[in-house]
Write a protein that binds this ligand. Structure first.
Ligand SMILES: [Zn+2]
Length: 343
């Protein structure tokens, strides 16, 4: 039986836990009550109305462990979630098994809230602080999100009038290459920067792809855009020689501008304004998560893609991600995550 003295985990504690109502002032009492309510809300099992219905809507026709279609319904668990048993391997499973929600380590209500904050350009530190979440939980949730979003830009196809450009983003300070004498490289040195290919078209589709270290090349531009721009499209771009192969291979109608000349134009006359704006926003976005591990750049670019592409409504974006999470078998155990990434 759970007694009154049950040991609470650290985030729920307040300075007044050992005091009775009469021993503390009204202001202290309200702070304590708010904190406890919030904690209880966040940790209540299956706290969310409709959560079981959400999961149960994703029915199973095969075992997530061995892919056998010989599965048998086993009714519902205590939270109202469906259960099945595999007649081939004997394992029991629910609609959440094999997804990021497995074992309820990721409450849907909490994740929904977290995604809304991320889509509002909140920083990870801000999200952790604002919700008194532990500093280990939020990076783990981000990693789960990146697993769900993986390859999301594969289906992008820019067409019609397309603009492309490159954004160079610095490596983390500790990975910056040094001069032979140990001093910092001069600022403009491109090997200390990661090249990100950015593209968009007039229908509102955009694309953000890591090209590699240093400036772009024919091969890098082809790898980034070659399968993601419809052949025969019109390409508006700067005088970067690395674009020539792309224009040739995809038979694009090329419209070239001198970036030094057009940057003096007022914004509405700049033929590359849409892609320039995306580069600018991308930099703001990456800077707001500036301490991020550059190995995770692809994940951050996928997240930025979700933020910049339809649907525009943030709640619709969250619904889109939750749906993708249920259709993707991606798990990432907490232990596995911190083995790879000691905090
Ligand atoms: Zn099985």
């Amino acid at each position: 039986m759970r007694g009154k003295k049950r040991r609470l985990t650290a985030p729920s504690t307040t300075p007044w836990d050992q005091k009775s109502e009469r021993e503390i002032g009204p202001a202290e009492a309200i702070v304590r009550a708010c904190h406890r309510n919030m904690y209880r809300y966040r940790h209540a099992p299956a706290s969310l109305d409709g959560e079981a219905e959400f999961f149960n809507a994703y029915t199973r026709d095969a075992c997530p462990g061995c892919a056998s279609p010989k599965i048998q319904s086993k009714g519902y668990d205590k939270n109202g979630m469906r259960r099945w048993r595999c007649r081939s391997c004997g394992k029991s499973f629910s609609p959440a098994t094999g997804t990021v929600f497995e074992n309820h380590k990721l409450p849907v209500a909490d994740w929904t809230e977290f995604l809304l904050e991320l889509f509002s350009f909140e920083s990870i530190n801000g999200i952790t602080r604002a919700n008194r979440r532990s500093t280990t939980t939020v990076p783990y949730w981000v990693a789960k999100l990146f697993a769900v979003l993986e390859n999301i830009q594969d289906g992008v196809m820019l067409s019609g009038t397309v603009q492309i450009d490159e954004k160079l983003y610095p490596l983390a300070a500790k990975n910056q290459p040094l001069m032979p004498d140990g001093s910092k490289m001069p600022g403009g040195f491109s090997r200390s920067k990661i090249c990100i290919g950015v593209g968009c078209d007039r229908r509102g589709s955009s694309l953000f792809v890591r090209e590699g270290l240093g400036k772009t090349s024919g091969a890098k531009t082809m790898a980034a855009f070659g399968s993601r721009i419809a052949p025969g499209s019109k390409l508006i771009h700067d005088m970067e020689n690395g674009h020539n192969m792309l224009v040739r291979e995809l038979d694009l109608v090329s419209e070239v501008y001198n970036s030094k000349a057009i940057c003096k134009l007022p914004d509405e006359e700049n033929p590359l304004r849409e892609v320039n704006r995306l580069c600018f926003l991308l930099e703001l976005f990456l800077n707001s998560h500036s301490g991020f591990d550059r190995d995770d750049l692809d994940g951050w670019l996928d997240l930025f893609w979700v933020i910049m592409n339809p649907p525009t409504n943030k709640m619709k974006k969250v619904a889109f991600v939750l749906d993708r999470a249920m259709h993707n078998s991606k798990t990432l155990s907490y232990r596995e995550f911190y083995k790879k990434k000691p905090s």
